[in-house]
Design a protein around this ligand. Structure first.
Ligand code: GDP
Ligand code: IMO
Ligand code: MG
Length: 427
């Protein structure tokens, strides 16, 4: 099974880090690769009770024998990259090898400045971004004003590109946002400061990964963000600025679609979302509060509370279709112990009309009201279960029902944050 994709099937924070780590420790994975997004991601991995968080780094960084790769589709803040490596080292982690694509775009300090002022300017219409400069870095890329990792190794080119990139931005900052203009030379100095540490990590990662696949090695593409945050297929404009769907993996890594063998969608047994935007099953009552509390739903990157709601099978079916999922990994089933009955959204009511599939327009999606089916709950603590058969009958039934209505077979179920707290439904 040489090329495997793991991605988010909802609005992020589904437990992709745990799923990646689990696979990397149960099978021989030679490479773990990030292909989109940047340090807006926050992936938690719990090993022997110790908690680790990765942001820009692939989760494979914690697995000895695995090489981590940051692909060309990622936006790289060198400051965040080295801060993260240093923090993991301080935690006593043995860092496995890391390779960064020469073609990945760079996030400089002005990108996060612009991210934050734009959000402030948008006021009530803000997206609720992470403020990490992700959107501005991707817009520079598409505007052909971006700086790529390889540009850092040619000071003349770097200076020229920084000057071009800041020209219009400085007008915008000074005249629209009423902020001080940014001095290009200060940015050049800032970026040159990372060159010595960065140079040994940089390579042609597309060539590397294609050769690895030719040699029959296993490559795991670790998704960040999620299907509903995808710039094309998500709840635009309340999305991130990259393509976290399966198709984005090919672009962000430089591998062809025919090389991908398996696409695993990670999905919570309920739903969460951070930041603004529509969320049909969102709860504003004590059930939402209870999910938030038991699920510990606080963002890993920004510390913001996550909005909580019930499982949405329309979203699951949509994610199955958009990504061509081969399996689902269902996380956080343990959080649902202690409800008399658990509602599951099976379709939407949009202005009086039933929609079994994702509505075509954003306006309709904003009007979508969940149509629920109610499944019998269970009271037992299931965090110690280690096989599907250990689960109480109603928890088994919940998983089986989700499988029937979600469009993709469920491969594994998470019953706690730890590596070992996973049940395999099928091999
Ligand atoms: P990611 O961004 O998709 O990698 O997910 P996050 O790390 O942001 O959020 C998922 C949270 O759920 C983390 O705190 C994980 O430790 C935790 N987690 C993952 N799987 C399970 C599970 O099956 N049960 C419980 N209770 N927690 C889980
Ligand atoms: P992981 O990989 C959850 C959300 C932000 C905001 C929107 C745009 O941990 O699942 P951005 O800074 O990307 O321009 O913000 O996207 N967002 C995430 N939400 N999990 C993430 O990553 C996210 N990355 C971005 O909250 O609504
Ligand atoms: Mg996260």
């Amino acid at each position: 099974m040489p090329a495997i994709v793991i991605l988010g099937a909802q609005w992020g924070d589904e437990g992709k880090g745990k799923a990646t780590d689990l696979l990397a420790t149960t099978e021989t994975i030679h490479y773990v690769v990030r292909t989109s997004g940047g340090h807006n991601a926050g992936h938690t991995i719990v090993v022997d009770g110790q908690k680790f968080a990765t942001h820009l780094l692939p989760s494979g960084i914690l697995t000895p024998g695995t090489t981590s790769v940051i692909g060309n589709g990622v936006v790289v803040s060198p400051e965040a990259l080295f801060a993260e490596l240093d923090a993991l080292r301080d935690q006593g982690v043995e860092i496995s090898p890391l390779i960064v694509s020469a073609n990945a775009h760079v996030i400089a300090s002005y990108h996060s400045t612009i991210d934050k002022v734009t959000e402030r300017f948008l006021g009530a219409n803000r997206i609720g971004t992470t403020g990490r400069g992700i959107g501005p870095a991707y817009s520079d890329k598409v505007n052909r004003l971006g700086i790529r990792v390889a540009d850092l190794f040619d000071e003349g080119i770097l200076r020229q590109k920084v000057e071009s990139s800041l020209e219009v931005k400085n007008h915008l900052l000074a005249k629209v946002y009423n902020r001080r203009a940014i001095e290009p030379e200060a940015i050049v100095e800032e970026l040159l400061g990372y060159v010595d540490r960065l140079r040994p990590l940089v390579a042609d990662t597309s060539l590397l990964l294609n050769r690895a696949l030719d040699d029959g090695q296993t490559v795991l593409f670790e998704g960040a963000q999620a299907t509903m945050l995808d710039v094309d297929h998500g709840t635009y404009p309340f999305v991130t600025s990259s393509s976290p769907v399966a198709g984005g993996v090919c672009i962000g890594a430089g591998v062809g679609p025919t090389r991908i063998d398996r696409v695993i969608g990670v999905i919570k047994a309920y739903t969460t979302r951070v930041g603004a935007g529509p969320f049909p099953t969102e709860l504003f009552d004590e059930d939402g509060e209870k999910l938030w509390k038991i699920g510990g739903e606080v963002g890993v990157s920004t510390g913001r509370n996550r909005r909580c709601g019930w499982y949405d099978a329309v979203v699951a079916r949509y994610a199955s279709r958009i990504n061509g999922l081969t399996d689902l990994f269902l996380t956080k089933l343990d959080v649902l112990s202690s409800w008399e009955r658990v509602p599951v959204c099976v379709a939407y009511d949009v202005d009086g009309e039933r929609h079994d599939e994702m509505p075509m327009t954003q306006t309709e999606f904003h009007h979508a009201r969940p149509i629920y089916e109610f499944l019998p709950g269970w009271w037992e603590d299931i965090s110690g279960c280690r096989s599907f058969a250990d689960l109480p009958p109603n928890a088994q039934r919940y998983v089986e029902t989700l499988e029937e209505i979600s469009g993709t077979p469920i491969w594994g179920v998470g019953v706690g944050p730890g590596r070992e707290q996973t049940l395999l439904v099928r091999d």
